[in-house]
Design a protein around this ligand. Structure first.
Ligand code: AQP
Length: 344
């Protein structure tokens, strides 16, 4: 792994997902699948369910509880082993919010104003958006830096937030004349780092898109998956023999990328295999592949969700282990900033 690993910081992986609605295919291919692969890299891996980020937009409390457990089930069903990785929900480790406050005082308003996710999510009426939504990237920086994480696997849409995390670390280190926080590297890899909506090739696939037809949920059954791919927006042309032929065909390119990521091959190989074939052939092949890869995950998620107490126990255990890493780093941060912590 690159750069940050070569510094004095021990390589450590951190990433998180918001428990909003159901996990969707973009989350799986852009994030969860990579999380599972990194678990085998020999580096400590910490994966979080960022429930405090989720409430930056309104969440019904019982939906939030359900989505938190379902996301934990999704992580585990996809191959995350809570013994080898630390898996927990953010609100059980108070140091996230505590470090987040310090970073609110390090980050600049102008930095936040430039965040594209803020602009997208706040929309035209930003006066009505929550203060938490505006400060979201500073809490995300705290999530990462609280563990001195050197690598963060994310989808393309989160690149800007990881860059801001680097800016916050650099400003903190500079202002307090320390070399305390690492300059974290985003890890954005794979054939589907930006999965697009099935209804609109210019919009990313998202859990919170009002149209359920725009995404494949990890909880969808085989018929629903097949139906969503059948109805996915495409053009009438057959697939070309090379990727260059997909240049102005975003919807077609998206389906090819999804096929490539699900089958662990390059997009070039996929177009070579389906060259000259129409979507009447390609879509059913894609649906079959998606069902073969995703159905076992959905089945396992269902099984795990039947025992919510066990999921809560796993999250509690993960929180304890996360806390053991976070507390000394938070204590040192308080010390650097000049805050007194009395011995009790
Ligand atoms: N369409 C996508 N393609 C590839 N990666 C994606 N990710 C999200 N959508 C795609 C990656 O999934 C991880 C978790 O994201 P998140 O839930 O924390 O927030 P998000 O990026 O805003 O994801 P959603 O699904 O769009 O959620 P909502 O609708 O609640 O905002 C991140 O690594 C992200 O890059």
């Amino acid at each position: 792994m690159a750069d940050a690993a070569k510094t004095k910081f021990t390589p450590r992986v951190f990433s998180g997902i918001q428990p909003t609605n159901h996990l969707q295919l973009g989350n799986y291919l852009g994030a969860v699948k990579r999380f599972v692969q990194m678990q085998d890299s020999g580096i400590e891996t910490i994966y979080c369910i960022v429930d405090q980020h989720a409430i930056t937009v309104w969440q019904d409390p019982s939906d939030l509880r359900h989505a938190t457990r379902e996301l934990a089930a999704g992580y585990i069903a996809a191959g995350l082993d809570p013994k080898r990785s630390i898996l927990f929900n953010q609100s059980q480790v108070p140091a996230h919010a505590q470090l987040g406050w310090i970073f609110n005082c390090v980050a600049r308003m102008g930095w936040m104003n430039r965040m594209t996710q803020w602009k997208d999510k706040a929309g035209k009426d930003s006066e009505k958006a929550s203060l938490g939504l505006f400060a979201y990237p500073s809490l995300m920086a705290a999530d990462i830096l609280l563990y001195h994480a050197t690598h963060v696997p994310v989808g393309e849409d989160q690149k800007q937030h990881v860059e801001l995390t680097r800016d916050i670390a650099m400003k903190f280190n500079h202002d307090y004349k320390v070399d305390f926080f690492p300059i974290t590297e985003p890890v954005i890899e794979g054939a589907a780092t930006r999965v697009m909506s099935l209804r609109d090739g210019s919009k990313k696939m998202s859990k919170s898109d009002p149209s359920d037809q725009s995404r494949i949920n990890l909880t969808d059954d085989a018929d629903t998956i097949a139906q969503k791919f059948r109805k996915a927006r495409t053009d009438a042309e057959p697939l070309p023999g090379t990727l260059a032929g997909l240049k102005d065909r975003p919807e077609a390119r998206n389906l090819v990328n999804i096929y490539a990521a699900l089958s662990d091959q390059t997009a070039e190989k996929v177009v070579a295999e389906f060259a000259g074939q129409g979507f009447g052939t390609f879509k059913p092949a894609l649906a079959d592949l998606a069902v073969a890869k995703l159905s076992p995950i959905a089945t396992e998620m269902k099984r795990l969700m039947a025992d919510p107490a066990e999921i809560d126990r796993i999250l509690g255990d993960g929180a304890e282990r996360a806390n053991a890493i976070a507390e000394p780093i938070l204590a040192k941060t308080f010390d650097i900033v000049g805050m007194i912590r009395s011995q009790r």
